[in-house]
Design a protein around this ligand. Sequence first.
Ligand SMILES: Cc1ncc(COP(=O)(O)O)c(C=O)c1O
Length: 444
Amino acid sequence: MKSTTDRRSFFKKAAVLAGAFSSNSLFEQLHAADILAKNRQYVSLSPQEMAENEDFWATIQQGYPASSSPVLNLNNGGVSPSPLLVLQAVDRYSQLSNQAPSYYMWRILDQGREPLRQKLALLGGCDPDELAINRNATEALNTIIYGLDLQKGDEVIGCKQDYPNMMQAWKQREQREGIRYKQLSFDFPIEDDETIVEAYRQAISPKTKIIHVTHVINWVGQIMPVRKICQMAHEKGLEVIVDGAHSFGLLNFQIPDLEADYFGTSLHKYLSAPIGTGMLWIKKEKISKVWPLLCNGNPKSEDIRKFETLGTRSFPLEQGIGEAVNFHNGIGAERKEARVRYLKNYWAEQALGIPGVNIHTSLQPAYSCAIAGVSVDGLSPQELERQLLGTYKIHTTPISYENIHCVRVSPHVYTRLTDLDRLVAALGELSAAHSSQPLGQKGT
Ligand SMILES: Cc1ncc(COP(=O)(O)O)c(C=O)c1O
């Protein structure tokens, strides 16, 4: 961990660079004045008070074309739309790239990668030399999963409620190399950190080397006590990989504060960066021992950039990330988390009051933010999702997996209260129509 003075001087330096890069930004041109005016108007409001201030959020909603989509998108957990300024930035970079691709991409846009790294590092509260920019959370986390040396018989502990792409990667190592992949199973919601930490602790054996944990469980939105799991694991000499796909750009935290060893995330979820962008963080002293997933001339290098030998990739998408960070910073991380949690509670608390409607997620702030699972008695998750889309034009995602059976709902900062009223009304009608029926009898 850096000393406070080191950290302070690093942040000062990085702030200058990030500021210089964004001085001509689309954010400055399109949103800075409006957001600044609202900030001045509501300077005395806490993030929690601001979460309920529709006047402020109307300004943010206007920034997103998705706020006027004919289909109400309540699956932002899957992938989130970008605000207009991000789409415009990508479009500009794309037009430029197509003038003379190898010149504009490799000689001009490529120069934006280091300032972008600085900017993402400021957002994540970490050293830029610990951050690699890539295409998604799967790529980031598979880089770690396949990049760590493990011997036959070594154990990794995860859980059945982790993300399939990561579970499959561990299973592939199990088949190919004979490592052992142990999976816990949790009955969410759980409103007690110790129960979760203890489950991982109990699973540890002398052969265990790694714990893989998902920061926010994608199926039902449970926030896991990552830091406590990391502290427990480190006491036992283990390393921890954190899947932050649903937390980065939503929960207000700094990556080093999790005390993990490795962290991977998409940027196209709650950060609203261009679709097809992601990020990998590795604690400085661990970088050299992780093999790159894709080739690199110096695979044991301590330079995080060894994970960026991706071949030709989309420079326009990558450079569009900067405007998404500008927009996110314009809102403010604390406000964003508070608002999205408020939106989730707004609909979920009303839904709880409807007979025959069940919520599958804790509504306590420590245990969930954007995502909640919902079910209606008498309707399977698939039937409920079909009805919401077919009859009400509300897009959600059905989940029937292991011990989880619900429809996942995930609003974003551009979601309006009236959108959520539409959802609650739909749940009320569907419940009234179906809840006296045994499951599956009424169908669609
Ligand atoms: C918990 C979790 N991890 C990883 C991913 C994979 O993200 P990506 O599609 O960006 O690779 C997802 C996607 O939904 C997820 O929910």
